[in-house]
Ligand binder design. Sequence first.
Ligand SMILES: Cc1cc2nc3c(=O)[nH]c(=O)nc-3n(C[C@H](O)[C@H](O)[C@H](O)COP(=O)(O)O)c2cc1C
Length: 321
Amino acid sequence: MALHSRICELFGVEHPILNAPMGGGDAPGRLAAAVSEAGGLGMIGGTAMGGAPWLRDEIRHARASTARPFGVGFITHLPGADELTRVALDEGVGVIAHSFGDPSPYVEPAHRAGAKVICQVRTLDEARRAADAGVDAITAQGTEAGGHTGTISTLPLVPAVVDEVAPIPVIAAGGIGDGRGIAAAFLLGAEGVWLGTVFLATPEAGVPDAYKDRVVHAGIHDTVLTSVFDIAMGIPWPDGVAGRAIRNRFTDRWHGHEDELRGSVREHPMTGSPADAEQTALYAGPSARFVARMEPAGAVLRRLASDAESVLRERPRSLLR
Ligand SMILES: Cc1cc2nc3c(=O)[nH]c(=O)nc-3n(C[C@H](O)[C@H](O)[C@H](O)COP(=O)(O)O)c2cc1C
């Protein structure tokens, strides 16, 4: 028996597991294609420095590498989201995800183009807004997530969002790192899972090798939810959202000293993102604990699906008598 849910039907996939659409080139077309080829729903992180031409290339690259469905996700409140979404729809992408901004303007054009829409949310208000906008699925993102996220934990957020938006299928995100986490998400009422951190230490991820190495070696206590990189880069995020990253010299120096950092940035504006792993944002969550080595994305997907199935087969039966 295989793990199967409404998400499999909705997106036409074998496993109800998605890689997170990690922006900045972190989840490029080759990552999405590898995840889709392994039976999950691969997602390209569509918000990146290269803008529309980059996104078009990545979509075409993914399409050349897999005949299976894949999607693209956006950081919707940042400039360029309208144009990037149009590119994805023009290219015939079947699943469009939005996060951090209001999905309402994007639902009808996507549906007209035959695409499904997912919205990632961090609060019940956001979940209600996404449901009212008519999205096809809602990702409930707990504070354990790597990257930008809110403050409510995955464990209470997922069932609360499930109740809030029923019957819209909910996808759980944040802190899911192995088959037990996936099985737990389904027991909370989720119909799918969306994982970012565990796909970073793969050859297909678009982050530098030093970053992948940090993810492999990070333990459960090694991340921090912080605004220091947003202050340094001057990028705005909605209230209540900060970035979860692996601690490094930059976070050790500035986290807790945000006002001083603002003053320093005013005097010496930082341009670009330094390549030094001690100075740049290594966005990842505590699920890095479950990343033991570099592993191809398709192998990660298949291993996680199979482990989740084993847990769901064995664990509930062993608990009831
Ligand atoms: C490196 C990185 C980049 C991310 N970039 C984005 C993004 O561009 N858009 C988005 O909606 N979420 C982004 N996220 C958050 C993910 O969508 C997702 O919620 C998170 O990875 C799930 O938690 P996990 O990392 O514990 O699996 C990012 C996460 C990481 C780790």
